[in-house]
Design a protein around this ligand. Structure first.
Ligand code: AMP
Ligand code: ZN
Ligand code: FE
Ligand code: FE
Length: 278
C-alpha cells in the first residue's frame, strides 16, 4: 500500500482525548507513514508529538487549526510548518485562547442555572489546554446528563442554543497572511462540513486564494458529498492543493485516525515549502 499521512489530528492540548504521544503510537500501529498534529490555536503539543513520532519511526509535521471567521461564518484554517514566534500571530492566538476561556466560563455559568455542573469539572483536564465546547460537553457527560459529546452538542452546545456564547475568531484572510508570514502553509479545513448550514462559497475561496491559501481539505469525513463539486472545480482551476485527513479527536468524535489521508506527494510538497517541516 502507498504511504499514507493524516494531516489533521487533535490531542489533549486542545479538545482531543489522547496525548500527542499516543497519537504517534496509534498512527504507527495502524500503518501511517506520518501525521500532523493540528490542535486548536496552540503549538504546545509539538515537542511531545515530534519525540514520540521519532521513537516509533514515523514522520511528524507540526501544525495547528486556527479559529477564524469570514463573513460571520466560522472557518477553520489549518496551518502547517509555521515558525511559532511571529509576534503578530502569537498575539492573535493568545487573544483567541483567552476569548475561548472567557466564553467557556460564560457558557458554564449559563448552563449552571439548569444543570449541576461547575467550572472545576470543565477544567479538570488542565486549564492550559485550548478550551472549547467539547470540554463543557465532557463535564455534562461526566455529570450523567448526556451519553457523549455529540448528544451534548445536539441539545445544548450548538450555536442556536440559549447557553451558547460566541468566541473571538481571527479574520480568515488575516490568518492566511500571518501563516504565510510565519513561513507556513494555509489549508482551509473541512469547507463542506455538514454541521454548517452550507459550504464555504466560491467567492470566499477567491479571497482566500488572493491572500495566499495553499490548499483545501476536500477529503474529510464530515464534508458533504453533495456540496463538494463546486469546491473541487474551483480548487482545480485555481491550483489549490487538495488534502485528506481524519480530524481525529480520540474518543471525542467518531472520526478515526487515518480514515482519510494524504499522499506522500502532498506530504513532501508541504514539507519542502514550510519553515518548520518536522
Ligand atoms: P468550539 O471550538 O468551542 O467552537 O467547538 C468546536 C469543536 O467541537 C470542534 O473542534 C469540533 O470538532 C467539536 N465538535 C463540534 N460538533 C461536535 C459534535 N457533535 N461532537 C463532538 N465534537 C464536536
Ligand atoms: Zn476540535
Ligand atoms: Fe475544525
Ligand atoms: Fe479539527
Amino acid at each position: 500500500m502507498p504511504a499514507r499521512y493524516d494531516l489533521h489530528t487533535h490531542s489533549v492540548r486542545s479538545d482531543g482525548t489522547t496525548t500527542p504521544a499516543a497519537i504517534a503510537e496509534e498512527a504507527a500501529s495502524i500503518g501511517l507513514a506520518g501525521f500532523a498534529l493540528t490542535d486548536h490555536d496552540t503549538v504546545e503539543g509539538w515537542p511531545e508529538a515530534r519525540e514520540a513520532a521519532a521513537r516509533v519511526g514515523i514522520d511528524f509535521l507540526p501544525g495547528m487549526e486556527v479559529t477564524t471567521k469570514h463573513d460571520w461564518r466560522s472557518t477553520h484554517l489549518l496551518a502547517y510548518g509555521i515558525e511559532p514566534d511571529l509576534p503578530q500571530l502569537t498575539a492573535a492566538l493568545a487573544r483567541v485562547r483567552e476569548s475561548r476561556h472567557g466564553r467557556a466560563r460564560e457558557m458554564v455559568s449559563r448552563l449552571a442555572v439548569d444543570f449541576d455542573i461547575d467550572w472545576c469539572a470543565v477544567i479538570e483536564g488542565g486549564e492550559d489546554r485550548t478550551l472549547g465546547r467539547p470540554h463543557i460537553a465532557d463535564a455534562l457527560v461526566s455529570a450523567g446528563y448526556y451519553a457523549d459529546r455529540g448528544a451534548a452538542f445536539a441539545e445544548v452546545l450548538h450555536p442556536r442554543s440559549p447557553y451558547y456564547v460566541p468566541t473571538y475568531a481571527i479574520e480568515t484572510v488575516d490568518a492566511i497572511r500571518m501563516v504565510r508570514e510565519a513561513g507556513g502553509l494555509a489549508v482551509l479545513a473541512h469547507p463542506a462540513a455538514g454541521r454548517m448550514t452550507r459550504s464555504v462559497d466560491v467567492s470566499a475561496l477567491e479571497e482566500f486564494v488572493a491572500a495566499g491559501l495553499w490548499g483545501i481539505e476536500l477529503d474529510h469525513p464530515e464534508n458533504r458529498d453533495d456540496w463538494i463539486a463546486p469546491l473541487t472545480a474551483f480548487a482545480k482551476s485555481n491550483g489549490l492543493h487538495i488534502t485528506g485527513a481524519s480530524d481525529y479527536h480520540g474518543a471525542g468524535k467518531d472520526n478515526r485516525l487515518g480514515e482519510r489521508t494524504s499522499s506522500l506527494e502532498t506530504w513532501n510538497a508541504i514539507r519542502s515549502l514550510v519553515a518548520v517541516p518536522r
